[in-house]
Design a protein around this ligand. Sequence first.
Ligand code: HEC
Ligand code: HEC
Ligand code: HEC
Ligand code: HEC
Ligand code: HEC
Ligand code: HEC
Ligand code: HEC
Ligand code: HEC
Ligand code: HEC
Ligand code: HEC
Length: 560
Amino acid sequence: MMVLIRYLRRGPDGISEAQDFEVETRAVTIGSAADRTIQLLGRSVGAQHATIAAVGSKLKLSCARGRRFQLNGKEVRSAALNVGDEILIAGHRLRLINPPAGFDLGVEVQLNAAADASEFEMAFRTDLDQTWLSKRGGAWMLAVLAAALALLLPLRTAILHREGAHVPAGLPDEALWSAGPLIPPHELALGGSNCGACHQEFFVRVQDGACRQCHQPIQDHVVKQDLALAHLGAPQRCAQCHAEHDGDAALSAIRLDGLCLACHAQSKSLFGSLKVQTVSGFASGGAHPAFSVTLQTGREPLAAAQEHSNLKFSHAQHLDASRVSRAGDGGALGCSDCHRLERTGEHFEPITMARDCASCHQLTFDPANPSRELPHGKPLEAMYVIEDYFARRYSGDPKLPPAHPAAAALRRLPDRDAAAAPLDSCSGAAYLCANRRAAAEIENQFAGRGCVSCHTVTEHAAAKDIHDRFEVLPVRLNYEYFSGARFNHRQHAIQKNLLGDEACVSCHSARSSTHSTDVMIPDVDRCLQCHTQRHEKDKVTTQCVSCHTYHPGASPGGLP
Ligand code: HEC
Ligand code: HEC
Ligand code: HEC
Ligand code: HEC
Ligand code: HEC
Ligand code: HEC
Ligand code: HEC
Ligand code: HEC
Ligand code: HEC
Ligand code: HEC
C-alpha cells in the first residue's frame, strides 16, 4: 500500500514544520529498530513494537508479544483503525489522517521529545477498577449523561444557531464536538463556535460550497473548459487537501509531491488533448521537463526561445571595460548599474532609458550644439523639435549657433553621424535649407544613427509626409519569464561560494550575450545542481509547491 508519513516538528521559534515521506510497503512496521517504517525511540519501545497492515478493506494495528499501545486513550493490544484515531506509544503520538489521492494510509507522527517524562506520568494513571464505579452500571449512567450533554443539547443549540433563533446562555453548544482547534486564520475569522460556516448540514461531510462562500476568488487547478478535455474523474473536495482542526495553518494544505504526481506522472493517459508535458519528479535524471518561458510573443521551449523586445542591446559590449566604462570611476559596469531588485525579490525594476542609459547615451542631434537634446519616448514630438530647432537656427536666432559654422566638433558616441555635417553648407533660401536639414536629421535619427541605434524602426517608404514615414516599434521588455513558477532572487544572491555579479553570471550568461534576442534564463539542470525532491546531502529539498502554486493566481508562497 502507499503510505504518507508526515513528521511534525516544532522548531525553536515555535513554528511547526511538516515533513512528508511516501513509502510503498505491504505493512507499516513500528519500533525502535532502524529499519522500521516508523522508527520510535524510548526505553519502553520494542525493536518491533507494532504493525499496521491491511486486513480486507480495513486497517489493523497489532502489537508484538508483550507490547501495548493506547488507542484514543484506551490501552489495547490490537485494534481496527479509522481516520482520526490517535495512537500513543511511549509518548509518541501517531494519528491517522485522511490519505490524499493515491495513498491508502496517512499517518501523522509527533515524536515525543522526552520519552521518559511520559513514562513517569503513566505510572500514576488511574484505572476504572480503582474507583467506586462498577464497570457496567457506571458505564451506562455515563453513556446516557454523555449523550444528553454532548449530543442532544449541542444539537439543539446548533439548530437554534442555524435558524438564527435566540440561544439561551450557558447551554453547551456544538463547539463541544470539536475535533480540535481550527487553523489560526479560521479561528480568527470565524471564532470558536461558528461550526455551521463549514458543517452546513448535519452528518454530511464538509462541502466545497461552504468553503467557496468565503473563498470566492480561489481558482480551480484545471480551468472548467479544459476539464472536459481530460479524463481526470471527479475533482477532489477542498477538505481532501485542506485539513482542519489541527490548529496549525502550516499543516492545513497537503503539499506532498505525490499529490501532484498522481496526475502529472500519468499525463499521457489522463490529460486527453491537453498539452502538458509529463512530470514524474524533480531530481537529477530529468524527471522534470526542460523549462518553457513565457514571452510577450507566447510560450516557447527555453532552449529555442528568442526574445523580440524591439530594443537593441548587447550585454557583452556593455560589460567589457575596454569598450564601455562607468561615468564616475571608469570601471566596468556591474549588473546592479542597470538591474535593481524589487522589494519582493522576485523581479527587477524595468529598465528605463532615463535611469539606465541616458547618462552615456544623450539624445543630442546637432553636433554644433551638444547641449540640446531631443525628448525621449515621443517620436512625433522629436520630429517637431528637430524642425522647429533648425527653422530657428537657419533664420538666425541669436541664441543658437550660426547656420554655417566651421567644422563642428563631433561627439564620439555612436548615436551621432558625421554625414549630417556637410548640409551646413546649404546655400539656398533659409527656410529651404532649414527644411532640408531637418528632414535629413529626422532620417538620420530613425534610419541612421540616432533613435534607431537602440530601437527597431519600421519605415513606411510610401508615406508622403515624413512624419508618417517612421514607426518606432513598441519596446516590450520581458518581466516574467516563468508565469507558472516562482523564483526569488534574494534567496539566490549567494551561489555556493559566488557573490555579487559572479553569482548572477553563474545563472545568466550575460558576459557572452551579444544580442537582446538571447534568452539568458537558466534551464532546469541549473536548478538541479542544488535542488532535489528527496533529502540529499548538500542539496536543498524542494517540493512541487515550493515553485508552483496549486491554485492559479494564489499568492506566491501560498500558505506559511
Ligand atoms: C473552516 C471550516 C470548519 C469549521 C469552522 C469547523 N470545521 Fe469541523 N471539519 C472541517 C473539515 C474540513 C473537516 C474534515 C471533514 C471532511 O473530510 O469532510 C472537519 C471535521 C470535523 C469533525 C470530524 C473529525 C474528523 O477528524 O473527521 C468533527 C467532529 C468536527 N469537524 C467538528 C467541528 C466543530 C464542533 C466545529 C465548531 C467548533 C467545527 N468542526 C468547525 C472544517 C471545519
Ligand atoms: C466564513 C468564512 C470562511 C469559510 C466558510 C472558510 N474559510 Fe478559509 N479562511 C477564511 C478567512 C477570512 C481566512 C483568512 C484570510 C485569508 O487568508 O484569506 C481563511 C483562510 C484560509 C486558508 C489559509 C490561507 C492562508 O493564506 O493562510 C485556507 C487554506 C482556507 N481558508 C481554506 C478553507 C477551506 C478548505 C474551507 C472549507 C473547508 C474554508 N477555508 C472555509 C474564511 C473562511
Ligand atoms: C487532478 C489532477 C491534477 C492534480 C492533482 C494536479 N494537477 Fe497540475 N495540472 C493538471 C491538468 C489537467 C493541467 C492542465 C491545466 C489546464 O489546461 O487548465 C495541469 C497544469 C499544471 C501546471 C501548468 C502547466 C502549464 O499549462 O503550463 C502546473 C505547473 C501544474 N499543473 C503543477 C501541479 C502541482 C504542483 C500540483 C500539486 C500541488 C498539481 N499540478 C496537481 C492536473 C492536475
Ligand atoms: C547597461 C545596462 C545593463 C547592465 C550593466 C546589465 N544589463 Fe541585463 N539587461 C539590460 C537591458 C537593456 C535588458 C533588456 C534587453 C535584453 O533583453 O537584452 C537586460 C536584460 C537582462 C536579462 C533578461 C533578458 C534575457 O535575455 O534573459 C537578464 C537575465 C540580465 N539582463 C542579466 C544581467 C546580468 C547578470 C548582468 C550583470 C552581469 C546585467 N544584466 C547587466 C541592461 C543591462
Ligand atoms: C540561481 C539562478 C539565478 C541567479 C543566481 C540569478 N538569477 Fe536572475 N533569473 C533567474 C531566473 C530563473 C529568472 C526568471 C524568473 C522569472 O521570470 O520568474 C531570472 C530573471 C532575471 C531577470 C529578468 C527580469 C526579471 O525581473 O525577472 C534579470 C534582469 C535577472 N534575472 C538578473 C539577475 C541578476 C542581476 C542577478 C545577480 C544579482 C541574478 N539575476 C541572479 C535565475 C537566476
Ligand atoms: C556607462 C555608459 C553607458 C551606459 C550606461 C549605456 N551605454 Fe550603451 N554604449 C556605451 C558606449 C561607450 C557604446 C559604444 C561602445 C563601442 O562602440 O564599443 C555603447 C553602445 C551601445 C549600443 C550600440 C550602438 C551601435 O550603434 O553600435 C547600443 C544599442 C546601446 N549602447 C544601448 C544602450 C542601452 C539600451 C542602454 C541602457 C539600458 C545603454 N546602452 C547604457 C555606453 C553606455
Ligand atoms: C540608448 C538607447 C536609446 C535611445 C538612443 C533611444 N531610446 Fe527610446 N527607449 C529606450 C529604452 C531603454 C526604452 C524602454 C524604457 C523606457 O521607456 O524608458 C525606450 C522606449 C522608447 C519608446 C516607448 C515608450 C513607451 O512608453 O512604450 C519610444 C516611443 C521611444 N523610446 C522613442 C525614442 C525616440 C524617438 C528616440 C530618439 C529621439 C529614442 N527612443 C532613443 C532606449 C533608447
Ligand atoms: C547554487 C545553489 C542553487 C541553485 C543553482 C538554485 N538554487 Fe534555489 N535555493 C538555493 C538555496 C540555498 C535556497 C534556500 C534559500 C533560503 O532558505 O533562503 C533556495 C531556495 C529556492 C526556492 C524557495 C524554496 C522554499 O521552499 O522557500 C525556490 C522556489 C528555488 N530555490 C528555486 C530555484 C530555481 C527555479 C532554480 C533554477 C533556476 C534554483 N532555485 C537554483 C540554492 C540554489
Ligand atoms: C525548482 C523549481 C521547480 C520545482 C521544484 C518543480 N518545478 Fe515544475 N516547473 C518549474 C519551472 C520554472 C517551469 C517552467 C515555467 C513555466 O511553465 O511557466 C516548470 C514547468 C512545469 C510544468 C509545465 C510543463 C509543460 O508542459 O511545459 C508542470 C506540469 C510542472 N512544472 C509540474 C511540476 C511538478 C508536478 C513538480 C513536482 C514533482 C514540479 N513541477 C517541481 C519549476 C519547478
Ligand atoms: C488537490 C489538492 C487541493 C484541493 C482539492 C484544494 N486545494 Fe487549496 N491548496 C492546495 C495547496 C497545495 C495549496 C498551497 C499552494 C498554493 O498556494 O497553491 C493550497 C492553498 C489554498 C489557499 C491559500 C491560497 C493563498 O493564496 O495563500 C486557499 C485559501 C485554499 N487553498 C482554498 C481551497 C478551497 C476553497 C478549495 C476547494 C474549492 C481548495 N483549496 C481545494 C491544495 C488543494
